[in-house]
Design a protein around this ligand. Structure first.
Ligand SMILES: O=C[C@H](O)[C@H](O)[C@H](O)COP(=O)(O)O
Length: 229
């Protein structure tokens, strides 16, 4: 199965197995979350009553195109589930997210969900996090100072650009992509990064993922459940 087919399979499986009539669902961002949104659109057409809370402006647009009524996160007490993709995920269910720049809203929405489900094609499962550059969202003011402080943690940094301009997140911030090669202590790095002045949030999701839906080498769907408190 190619990667695109795996994304479609995990996205459809998550929606079919976990989304129930009447739910308001946290809607992820990216090419895998796309299939969750598409499938939810089909479920609505088939008569289900579903709403969504979007993790990005791109997802807001997509959800509207698929007929999913959007709810503001501030209008929601708690979400039953949120379903999102990941850039990397390890055996502890620790993940790197934010390749698409949506990490802050994704983390807020994942935190608001009773069950946070990650959908990932086989290439996203890693032994050690860090091959994928870790996205760190920073405020534009003094970003070079913030970047210098991040570099002291032993990584190479790159300010994210788009069309020759500095990339802006949906929150009006910058992203610094940090290449660590391998992250030996993701929990500690998460805390250290978020303690740097100027850092808004980083792409490490620690003890957040409750369910991982992926595909194995035999093209079978694998549903792994984390032992989170
Ligand atoms: O900011 C983007 C998100 O964290 C995505 O969920 C992540 O980058 C994975 O995206 P994709 O499913 O396109 O690989």
């Amino acid at each position: 199965m190619d990667r695109q087919a795996e994304k479609a399979l995990v996205g459809e499986t998550a929606a079919i197995q976990y989304v129930k009539d009447g739910m308001t669902v946290g809607l992820g961002t990216g090419s895998t979350a796309f299939y969750v949104i598409k499938t939810m659109g089909e479920m609505i057409k088939a008569g289900m009553n579903l709403k969504g809370v979007a993790t990005s402006k791109a997802t807001e647009k997509l959800a509207s195109e698929y007929g999913i009524q959007l709810v503001d996160i501030n209008e929601v007490e708690e979400l039953d589930i949120a379903i999102d993709g990941a850039d990397e995920i390890d055996a502890n269910f620790f993940a790197i997210k934010g390749g698409g720049g949506a990490l802050l809203r994704e983390k807020i929405i994942a935190s608001a969900a009773k069950t946070f489900i990650v959908v990932a094609d086989g290439s996203k499962k890693v032994q050690t996090l860090g091959h994928f550059p870790l996205p760190v969202e920073v405020v534009p003011f003094g970003y070079k100072q913030t970047e210098k402080a991040i570099q002291k943690l032993g990584c190479k940094t790159e300010l994210r650009m788009k069309d020759e301009e500095i990339y802006l997140t949906d929150n009006g911030n910058y992203i610094i992509d940090c290449s660590f090669s391998s992250i030996q202590n993701p929990k500690q790095l998460h805390q250290t990064l978020n303690n740097i002045v100027g850092v808004v949030e980083n792409g490490l999701f620690i003890h957040m993922v409750d369910v991982l839906i992926s595909v194995n080498k035999q093209d079978e769907i694998i549903v792994d459940i984390a032992k989170n408190e």
